[in-house]
Design a binder for this molecule. Sequence first.
Ligand SMILES: [Zn+2]
Length: 316
Amino acid sequence: MSDACVLCGHGEARWELTGRDRLYHTTARAFDVVACGGCGLLRLSPRPLEAELPQYYPQQYWFSGDRSLAGRLEESFRRLLIRDHARFVQRAYRNAGATGPMLDAGCGGGLLAGVLRARGVPAMGLDSSADAVKLAWHRHRVPALQGDLRQAPFAPRSLALLSMFHVVEHLLDPVGYLRAAHALLRDNGRLVVQAPNADCLQFRVLRARWSGIDIPRHVQNFRRADLQRLLSSAGFEITRTKHFSWRDNPAGLATSLWPSLEPVARRVRQLDRGGASRLFKDAAYLALVLASVPFTVLEAALGRGSTVMVEARKIA
Ligand SMILES: [Zn+2]
C-alpha cells in the first residue's frame, strides 16, 4: 500500500515527532509521526503493513475477568465509568427509531454492550480478537462475533446503530471501514464514533508522551475536523459531538503522565508483585486520575478535549 494520506491522497508529509511504545513496550523501535502536507492529518510513518500490526497488541490486552479483590474493584470502576458512553449510545439509538439491532464494532471484552443490553438496547459485539469475543459472551452475555466489519455476516441495511469506540485510529483503511458501516446501516441509522482528539491541549504540551497517540497502535491520529471529513467521505453527517468522557479523558492524562501505573499496562508488562502491590498501584492510579479531572474538564470546556465522541446520521 502506498504511504499516501487516507483522507486526501496527498503523498507529501512533514515530520512531527518520534516516539516509542510507552504503554506496553511491545517493541523497542522508534516510530515517526508525520502530518499530511495536504490536509494535516497525523499518521504513523512509514505506514505499517497489515501483517505487522498483531505484534503490537499484547495477548493480555483484554480484561481477563479475574475474581480477585483488585480485579473486582477494577471492574466495578470500569462499569461506573462506562455509563457516559452507554447514555450517549442510548440516545443515538432513540434517534435511530429505537427498534432493530445494534452492533458494537471493536467490542473488546463486551462491557459496554452488556451494559447497553441491561438498559434494553439489543447490542451485539464484533471484535478481531477471539479472546475478546469469548469474554464478551461468557462474562457479559453479549452475542459476539470474531471478525472484520467489512466481512461481517449481516444483511445490508439491517442495523439501526453501529458504535466504534477507539477503533478508527487503529485502522489502515478507515474510509473503507466506514463505508462498510454505511452499507450495514438502514436509512436514518446512526453511527457513534469515539477517538482521541489530536487537537487537544494535552497533545500540544505532551507531544509523543500524550497517551492518545499510542504509538505504534494508532495508524492515524484524527483532530475533530479530520473525523468530520472522514465521516462525510463515507456518507455520514455529524449530529452531536461531545468532548469529555469520564472513562477516557482523566484516565488518558493519568496514563500520559505515568504509563507504567495504568492497570492494563501493568498486567501486560507484569509489573505487579502480588495482590497488595496491585491494590496499592490501583489506588495510586485512581488518585492520579482524580487529580487529572480539573485539567481535562477545562480543556473539554474549551472545545479542546482529549477525546471526541460523535453521533452521525447515515445520509445517501
Ligand atoms: Zn491528507
